[in-house]
Design a protein around this ligand. Structure first.
Ligand code: ZN
Length: 295
């Protein structure tokens, strides 16, 4: 799934192509994209509007259009935007005809991606506030914020980091890489971290996300740039998808666990397993203990 660095990469590539251009026509081929809104109404509301700006919040791409309209796109598992592709890819869901003869195609094999059109900045903020917590790399993202959010939480810290309503934009790749950098075991109960570990976690999350943005995202699964090229952050992974390989810090073999249903990679020497009185309960812990694989 595209995470914050992948969506930011798309935004940076897309913005110069879209900003200032009019949407001459929009064809929504899959009604699931706009559900519950009927696609014909969304097509009509988009037609003729100019894209004023393309921004991002968490994993959402936000198109600001003339007339105070906002198109809020989430690519979910396999969504990709392609600018001026030579032909329509096989899972085309939406076609945007732009002025100047350009076109943008939204392709999504698994069809989980969404596009919602709202009117006014208040409606935009209401939509996003309901779904997103604090954005990393903003002043509100502090160790104190993380400590406050984690207080009393028995859930594994990996699940805490993945919760979009607490931290916006971090997914499975960057959570694994950040926890490795912060030397925190993914099964540690979030509420059991010590003071300095919240600062280490904050720093590690931002470091991992910035490294991902610098590498123009990670290409696993179907992630593609707007021009069809791929990112290279996968070449820099320390632990993610490196099961059986040596830890880059200490040489210990990297293990794969399942935490909260997600495949999770860890060096159990650099990231010591939680032990002692705090017994971790829950599905993630149980499947990790049995060496269970993610389905
Ligand atoms: Zn290690």
């Amino acid at each position: 799934m595209p995470e914050l660095p992948e969506v930011e990469t798309i935004r940076r590539q897309l913005a110069p192509h879209l900003e200032g251009r009019a949407l001459e026509a929009v064809e929504i081929l899959d009604p699931r994209w706009t559900r519950p809104d009927p696609p014909r109404g969304v097509e009509a509301a988009l037609r003729g509007r100019v894209v004023e700006a393309v921004s991002r919040s968490g994993k959402y791409l936000i198109w600001r259009l003339t007339g105070e309209r906002y198109l809020l796109m989430h690519l979910r598992m396999t969504g990709a935007l392609l600018f001026d592709p030579p032909s329509d890819p096989p899972h085309t869901r939406v076609r945007f005809a732009l002025d100047g003869g350009h076109r943008l195609v939204y392709n999504d094999p698994r069809r989980f991606g969404t596009g919602h059109l709202v009117t006014g900045a208040e409606a935009r903020d209401a939509y996003l506030t309901l779904r997103l917590g604090v954005e990393p790399m903003t002043p509100a993202f502090t160790a104190a914020y993380l400590r406050e959010q984690a207080r009393g939480r028995a859930a594994p810290v990996k699940s805490f980091v993945l919760d979009q309503r607490r931290i916006a934009g971090v997914g499975n790749i960057y959570a694994d890489e950040a926890l490795f950098r912060a030397r925190i075991h993914p099964l540690r109960p979030a509420g059991s971290l010590r003071g300095a570990q919240f600062e280490a976690l904050r720093e590690a999350i931002e470091h991992a996300l910035m490294a991902g943005i610098d590498a123009k995202g990670a290409t696993i699964d179907d992630f593609r740039h707007v021009d069809g090229a791929q990112g290279s952050f996968q070449d820099l992974f320390c632990v993610h998808q490196r099961e059986g390989k040596p830890c880059p810090e200490c040489g210990t073999t990297i293990r794969k666990l399942v935490v909260g249903g997600r495949g999770t990679y860890v060096c159990e020497r650099c990231q010591p397993r939680p032990r002692g009185r705090r017994r971790v309960v829950g599905r993630g812990a149980a499947s990790a203990a049995s060496g269970g694989e993610q389905l």
